[in-house]
Every structure is written in structure tokens, then in C-alpha cells.
Design a protein around this ligand. Sequence first.
Ligand code: GLN
Length: 276
Amino acid sequence: MMIRHWLKHAVVALCGGDSPKRDAEILLGFVTGKSRSWLVAFDDHELDATQLAELDALLARRLKGEPIAHLVGEREFWSLPLRVNDATLIPRPDTEVLVEQALLRIPATPSSLLDLGTGTGAIALALASERPDCQVLGCDRIPAAVALAEENAQRLHISNARFQLSHWFNDIPAQRFDVIVSNPPYIDAADEHLQQGDVRFEPLSALVADEAGLADLRLIIHRAPQWLQPGGWLLLEHGWQQDEAVRAIMTQHGYQHVSSINDYGGNPRVTLGQFF
Ligand code: GLN
């Protein structure tokens, strides 16, 4: 079968999903090892029997809802190709807003940065790649996540990011950071969004928090001042209806210059504040 015929067949099969063409192209790229532009230029190339069998098996798994990132073991974040697996959250484009906002607030001089609940290491590695003069520490309470983040750092040759096991601040050595970032779990356990799409295949440990999703956000806001340099920034990702609550908690805890920033869909997604 020619590439273009398999593509057409897969797009029809995937038409109930969010991104049929993109999904089909990612699977084709994964199985053939070719770039998207090669696949477009040579779409009359014949797929061999092994490739076809592999593609059909992946398509069947995708049709059962498995995230495309799990099928190919990779997701790009901040232009970094990251290994992903079912131990952690699949990095989301909206989280790049958190990276952008953190980069605006990291002092111009070599600084120390902390990423709590690092998962794949996405945020920590994005910051480390942009600021090679800074030292970035990423922590996670799941050993498989720490191993994955370390693997990503090695594969991407990012040497200024380190990773360790820690449930939030519990095992972080006493030190002061210039900027602390986190994309913690923030979804309410009863949220119907958890029954839809990719999140069904992601660990609840990365998604769900008590107190209508606010428990971990509150804990981080409460404890961060002990680990922040005077004037250091805390930046948190949260749900699109949690901005008011998160600003209120930060203000109650004495943070200054508290504000929220919208994601690419126009919803408040990141709240930040400075502690003196
Ligand atoms: N933004 C993700 C979602 O809505 C959740 C990420 C998180 O809980 N930190 O699927």
C-alpha cells in the first residue's frame, strides 16, 4: 500500500478524534523513521508488510483511546523531544506559558531554579536549555518519573538540570531558589474531564488533588517562602477556574505582585507572586 493510501484510510478511521491527520502522520513518521516533509514528498512510496502490520496495530490502539504520545513514546515540549510514559503527565502546550513567564522573571545573573513535580522533566529542561548559566533542580515523588526526567536530560545533553526524589519540599535540601515553578495536580476527583481523551491513560497522581483540586497548590504556596530567596518568584499552573482562589491563597500568605496569565486558549492558567 502507498503511503498516501494508508494516510487516507487512517484519517477516515480517526475522524472522531481531535486531530486525525496529525495523529496519522505521527504514526507514519514513527514506523517509517521518515520526517513529515519526506512523507509528503514521497507519498507514493510503498509501505512494506511489516510496516503495514505495525501501523495497523498502532492505529487500533489509538482507536481505543491510547494517547499518541504513549504509542510513540515521545512528545515535543518547548521544541525538546521528550520521552514520555504512563508514569507521568504528557506535557501540554499550555504549560509553555509557565516556562515563558518564568524566563521573564529569572534574574539576569546565574540563578537557581526549582521545579516541583517535574514528571518528564519538561519544565525543568525547558528552563535549563534556555538558561545554561542557571542550575535547575527538578523533583518528583514517583521514582519512575525521576528516572524518566534524568533520561530526558541525558538524551538532550542538558547538563545543568538535576533530578531527585521528593514529595514537594520534603526532601529538598535546605537552600534558597530564585524561582520556583510547578504544574501540580489540580483537577477535582469528580471532574468529568477525567473520563475523556488522553487523561484516561495518565496517572491520577499527576492530575487529581483534594479540596476541589486546590490542596497541592495550597501546600506549595504555604511552604515555598522557606525555599525562596528574598524577592524570589513562585509560578504555578492551575485549572482555568482556579485563578481567583490561587491569587487569594498567595495574597493571604503574603506574596506580592500576584497576578494571573492566560493560556493560548485565553483561560487563566498560571498565577505568580513574589515573596520578600
Ligand atoms: N491541564 C491538564 C488537563 O486539564 C491537567 C494538568 C494537571 O493536573 N497538572 O488535562
